[in-house]
Design a protein. Sequence first.
Length: 343
Amino acid sequence: MSPVRFNPWRAAEAEVQGVKRKGDSCYNKGSYGKAIKHYTRGAELDPSDISFLIKRAKALSGLGQYQECVRDCNDALRRGEELGSGSSGNKLISEALLWKASALEHLADCAADYEQVILLLRRSLETCHSEEAQIRLKGALFMREQYEELKSQKLECGAYPTYTQHLYPARLEERINMDKTRLNTLLKHATKELQKNEDKLSEERSRRKEYEDMVMAIQASIEQLTMNHDAELKSVREDKANLECQLLQCTEKLERLQSILNREPPFTCPIFLHVMEDPYITADGHTYDGEAIRAWLDAGHDTSPVTNLPLEHMELIPNRALRSAIVWWHEQQNAAREHRDMA
């Protein structure tokens, strides 16, 4: 096993992601100061990741440091243009424009200030559409109308406190309504997403149950097939053993029959030198084929064909026992030939 090599790039990437998670955790808890420290550290570790600047801008906005928020958003937009933008980059640039507009809205004191806020929000929507930017744009347009309406009343400079006093309650109420609308929209969106996730989870559970049932059915089929295969294999092996045993018996029988066929006949006539058909015993005690011994005697011989000694008499005695043996031997030979031919 080869040793694990240290990868500095992966280690740095892991540290960056760890810093980002810590910053997000602090931001979600409302600890904006701690979140700013983590995001600052992340921006130092990875200057190409503009999300650290945008997240720090959000935390600065939470602390009411709107000028610093605008500065981080400007830095994020500048770096985003330098690095180029894809689908994810457009979303970050849109978010930077949104938070810059939000900070400038808090700093706005007149209708002219809202012109830049409206411009930034429209750019944010053009770059990447979001419900929050849409809601804030409606609010900014409303506030600009309020400023212009009050300005049209031609209030004197000395009446500026009254101008501010008239505008602030309407601005505060509108902002509260904007926040309520935004929160309701976010709540509806979150509810829809939660329902979608629950539906997906239900479908996933259903598919998983189907897969599990399918796997169990397949496993049962495999077990049944295995049992059937084992039974068939056992039967085949038994049949093979029986056939081998039968083959061995047939082979032994064939060998015996072949030995019978190859065996030298024990009933050969000393004169004709072939198996006798009609055996007779002479005075010398030897047995000859009837036809052969008669021909010998008819030829004038009075001696034994085997010993060449004179015969005491010329009488021929049938050898019935040997004849029966010859008949039995012929039957065995015929049976052996038949079995051999069948094999």
